[in-house]
Write a protein that binds this ligand. Structure first.
Ligand code: AMP
Ligand code: GLY
Length: 417
């Protein structure tokens, strides 16, 4: 009998996870909460509040769900995994104690310090009278972080002192404290590590493009495009990442009472000598990194999730295609500050072996039209034998998509291409 799965979330990441699961012969029904217009074609969407754990439990009971996969960080931090465990429901995604690695940047820094994991030094500011002193100590450039879940948008990186001051004042005003962090030079990459207490599997490393506009300019966003594998993560860099970052963290997480069963997203900065530092940990798959990583997994995706949820990933042979994937995000007018939604989308094409249109902020309106429903609307992934061909495929399609006021970066993959 096939398994019934509930995927929590409604972005491109969850669409990608659902599409991957649909290929598994072991899966019966796929339910998505809340989902988007894309996941409607993969399974059944449910309009519930995913931050209300009881609503999720009701859904699990109603549809005899065998495995829950939690996409976004907020329900993880909110203890959904803890609640599912009380019900003895299998869940991919850490408990709230593990999710604290993403929920609190200060906590993550403390743990990294304790484990000697390389990362930028940082100071917490609580008082505006300390601003000038700390800015003298740290920059330029300055990295200012609010310690809140902000989908990658609560961070300011700037070489202009007055912008750094403004951003600190804004953070102090909103939260009462703010982190100032040492600026790390180098190239960024993301490593998604599937782990449980029995072991871990690193998925092909990817590179996100967090800034809004071409050439890595403009404000930070949730991510405007990505590709995998990322050549900056060579064999020797991988070995350093495993030895200095992944293994110590895995050992520590496995020694905790609440075992970590899910994806640990390691956001990395690789310096000129190929030495890695951690920029951030996330406790979930990345978005849009997932949209270029899951298409590269050739083994059964249900197995990957269920073995991890059961704490026996070491027994699973996870295999990958020797291909390249590149995704370009189509964003609404006004994203990331104030996205304009409810506009018609047209020009999409059916998915095929080498192209997948991942939906994010989309919905079907009352008239049956596909419309925008969020900041990041779609991510178009090309998959082929070369990165340049994958880029060509994605851009050819995204150029044909019509959404008034929308925009996308024209240079995804530029570091490699
Ligand atoms: P975070 O939410 O901590 O991942 O930060 C968002 C983005 O800001 C990162 O992906 C980097 O592009 C940038 N960033 C964060 N911390 C640093 C740092 N210490 N040095 C340089 N850039 C950073
Ligand atoms: N793409 C960055 C993130 O998922 O946090």
């Amino acid at each position: 009998m096939g398994k019934n799965i509930l995927v929590i979330g409604g972005g491109g990441r969850e669409h990608s996870i659902s599409l991957g699961l649909k290929k598994s012969a072991k899966v019966n029904e796929i339910h998505i909460a809340p989902g988007n217009a894309g996941t409607l074609n993969v399974g059944k969407n449910h309009e519930i509040d995913i931050l209300d754990n009881e609503q999720v439990i009701n859904l699990v009971n109603e549809f005899s769900i065998d495995l829950v996969i939690i996409g976004p960080e907020a329900p993880l931090v909110n203890g959904l995994s803890d609640r599912l465990s009380l019900e003895k429901v299998l869940c991919f995604g850490p408990f709230s104690s593990g999710a604290k690695l993403e929920g609190s940047k200060q906590y993550a820094k403390e743990i990294m310090k304790k484990l000697n994991i390389p990362t930028a030094n940082s100071t917490v500011i609580t008082n505006s009278s300390d601003i000038e002193k700390i800015l003298d100590e740290y920059g330029p450039n300055w990295v200012i972080k609010r310690d809140v879940l902000a989908g990658g948008k609560g961070v300011t990186v700037t070489s202009e002192r007055h912008l750094a001051v403004n951003s600190i004042l804004e953070g102090l005003n909103l939260d009462g404290f703010v982190l100032v962090e040492e600026f790390l030079e180098g190239e960024e990459a993301s490593m998604l590590v599937i782990m449980d207490e029995s072991g871990y599997v690193c998925l092909p490393a990817s590179q996100d493009h967090k800034r809004l506009t071409d050439g890595d300019k403009g404000p930070n966003t949730g991510g405007m495009g990505a590709y995998a594998p990322a050549p900056i993560i060579s064999k020797s860099v991988t070995n350093k990442i495993l030895e200095r970052i992944v293994q110590p963290m895995h050992m520590w997480l496995s020694s905790c009472e609440d075992k970590y069963r899910g994806c640990l997203y390691v956001g990395l900065m690789i310096d000129k000598s190929g030495d890695p530092s951690v920029v951030e940990y996330n406790v979930r798959f990345g978005d849009p990194e997932t949209q270029v990583t899951i298409p590269l997994i050739s083994s059964d995706l249900y197995d990957l999730f269920s073995y991890t949820a059961e704490g026996r990933i070491k027994d699973l042979d996870v295999t990958f295609y020797e291909k390249h994937a590149l995704t370009v995000v189509l964003a609404s007018e006004g994203y990331p500050k104030k996205p304009v939604i409810n506009r018609r989308i047209s020009g999409l094409k059916d998915d095929s072996e080498n192209i997948v249109v991942h939906h994010a902020g989309t919905k079907i309106d009352d008239n049956g039209n596909l419309v925008s429903n969020g900041g990041r609307v779609l991510s178009v992934t090309g998959i082929s034998d070369s990165l340049s061909e994958s880029a060509r495929i994605s851009y050819e399609l995204i150029n044909n998509i019509t959404l008034e006021g929308s925009h996308f970066r024209k240079d995804i993959g530029f570091r490699t291409l």
